[in-house]
Design a protein around this ligand. Structure first.
Ligand SMILES: Nc1ncnc2c1ncn2[C@@H]1O[C@H](COP(=O)(O)OS(=O)(=O)O)[C@@H](OP(=O)(O)O)[C@H]1O
Length: 375
C-alpha cells in the first residue's frame, strides 16, 4: 500500500510485501528508486539490479529510420528482448512477453514508467503513444494490458502489482506508459505519482474541451465502460449529447465526467502542485493533428532523446486520420478512432464554450500558452 508522508519523508514500510515478491529486503532498502529498479523473482528468473548510473545508450545508426533490419537492431539488438520478437511485438500492439526475453538478460529489470501520458482521453493519446513507442530508445511497456489504470482501478493491489505490469528494460531505455483517465481521475493521482517517482516526466495532450466531450460521448455510447467502471461518474443519455451534458435546461452537469474532464485548469492545478513545469510537456491536440511529426519531435527534445520520427514515417488518411508507414504499416481502426460525431445545435455548443471560457482563461494563465481552440 502507498507510503505515508512524514514531513518530507515518505514511509514505504507497508509496501514491502507487495514490492519484494517474496524477496528478503530490509525496510531501509525500500526507496522509490528501488521500487523502480529491483530484481524480479516472480518468474523464477534472476535479473540484475540496474546500475545506479545509467550506461549510455548505444548510438542510433543513421539508417535506423529507413532500413528495417537496421531499425530492428536498434530497437531490439541492445534491449532485453530478442530481435526475432519484432513481428510479434508489432502485431500484438507492443506486447512483450517473457518468452521473448534474451537468454542473457544482464542489466534488465522490470521498471515502472519514466514517462507517463496522463491524458486527456479522446485527444489522440493513442496516436501519441503509437508514435512514441516506435522510437528505438522508448519501451512502451505492454504486458497484460494496453492501459494499466493503476491509480484509478488497481491502487489497492499495491506497487508490486504495478511494477509487474511492465516488461523488462535496461537503464538507458525510456519506459512509457499511458492511461488517459489519470489527468482528471482520481484527484490524488498527482500526489501518489510524485510519491512513487518524483522524477516522472508527464505528457498531456489537451484539445478543444467541447469536441472532446462529444468524442467521449460517442465513445461511451459504443463501449459503455461507464456502466462497468464507476467512478468516475458519467451520465450518458442515449437520446442526445445535449441531454447528457445539461442537468436541466441551461445548467451544465459539472459532475458528469464528460464535462469535468474538460475543465482543464482545475485538474492542471493539482498536477502543478506536485510536479515542476519542467517535468510536464503539454501538447495542443490540434497542432498534433495538423503536424504530428513536429509535435513528436518536441517530445523527443523534452525527453532528451535523439530524433527518430520523420515525415516519411506517416501518411495522411482522409478525412482525419494519419497512419504509420514505418517500421511497418498501421492505421487506427475506423471502428475505434475517427468516429462520426453527432450534429450538436449551435446554441448548445455556444453554451458549452461559454461554460469552459473561465477554465480556458485560467489554463492560459497557468501555462502562459494560448491553445488553438481559444484563438
Ligand atoms: N491516427 C490518428 N490520426 C489523427 N487523429 C487521431 C488518430 N487516432 C486518433 N485520433 C483522434 O483521437 C481521438 C481519440 O483519442 P484517444 O486516442 O485519446 O482516445 S482514447 O482516450 O484512447 O479512447 C479520435 O477521436 P474521434 O474522432 O472522436 O474518434 C480522433 O479524433
Amino acid at each position: 500500500m502507498p507510503g505515508k508522508r512524514m514531513g518530507n519523508q515518505v514511509q514505504w514500510e507497508s509496501q514491502v510485501h507487495n514490492i519484494a515478491d517474496g524477496d528478503q529486503m530490509s525496510l531501509d532498502a525500500v526507496s522509490p528508486y528501488l521500487l523502480r529498479r529491483q530484481p524480479d523473482v516472480s518468474q523464477n528468473r534472476t535479473v540484475n539490479i540496474k546500475p545506479l548510473k545509467a550506461a549510455p545508450p548505444p548510438k542510433l545508426p543513421s539508417n535506423a529510420g529507413s532500413n528495417l533490419t537496421a531499425y530492428i537492431k536498434a530497437k531490439f539488438g541492445n534491449s532485453c528482448y530478442k530481435e526475432e520478437s519484432f513481428s510479434r511485438w508489432w502485431r500484438s500492439y507492443f506486447s512483450l512477453e517473457d518468452e521473448m526475453l534474451m537468454d542473457n538478460n544482464t542489466g534488465c529489470s522490470r521498471s515502472i514508467s519514466d514517462v507517463y501520458i496522463v491524458g486527456v482521453k479522446k485527444c489522440a493519446t493513442d496516436a501519441i503513444r503509437d508514435l512514441m513507442a516506435i522510437h528505438p530508445y522508448i519501451m512502451y511497456s505492454r504486458t497484460r494490458t494496453q492501459e494499466i489504470h493503476f491509480y484509478d482501478r488497481h491502487f489497492d493491489e499495491g506497487y508490486g502489482w504495478y511494477r509487474r505490469q511492465f516488461g523488462f528494460s535496461k537503464e538507458w531505455q525510456v519506459v512509457l506508459e499511458k492511461t488517459p483517465q489519470t489527468f482528471s481521475f482520481p484527484e490524488d493521482a498527482p500526489r501518489k505519482m510524485a510519491e512513487l517517482n518524483p522524477q516522472t516526466k508527464i505528457i498531456m495532450i489537451l484539445c478543444d474541451p467541447v469536441v472532446r466531450a462529444i468524442s467521449d460521448y460517442v465513445h461511451e455510447l459504443k463501449v459503455k465502460s461507464y456502466k462497468k467502471i464507476n467512478p468516475p461518474y458519467y451520465r450518458i443519455n442515449r437520446q442526445s449529447f445535449e441531454l447528457s451534458v445539461f442537468k436541466e435546461p441551461g445548467k451544465v452537469d459539472v459532475d458528469n465526467e464528460l464535462i469535468n474532464m474538460g475543465m482543464y485548469s482545475k485538474h492542471m492545478k493539482r498536477w502543478l502542485e506536485y510536479f515542476p513545469k519542467t517535468q510536464i510537456h503539454v501538447v495542443d491536440g490540434n497542432d498534433f493533428k495538423l503536424d504530428p511529426v513536429s509535435e513528436i519531435q518536441k517530445i523527443e527534445i523534452f525527453l532528451g532523446l535523439p530524433n527518430f520520427l520523420q515525415k516519411s514515417h506517416l501518411e495522411f488518411r482522409p478525412p482525419k486520420l494519419f497512419c504509420v508507414t514505418f517500421p511497418n504499416s498501421r492505421c487506427p481502426r475506423t471502428k475505434k478512432k475517427g468516429r462520426e460525431h453527432p450534429e450538436v445545435p449551435y446554441e448548445v455548443l455556444n453554451k458549452l464554450y461559454e461554460f469552459y471560457r473561465p477554465y480556458d482563461n485560467e489554463l492560459q494563465h497557468l501555462l502562459n500558452k494560448t491553445f488553438s481552440w481559444m484563438r
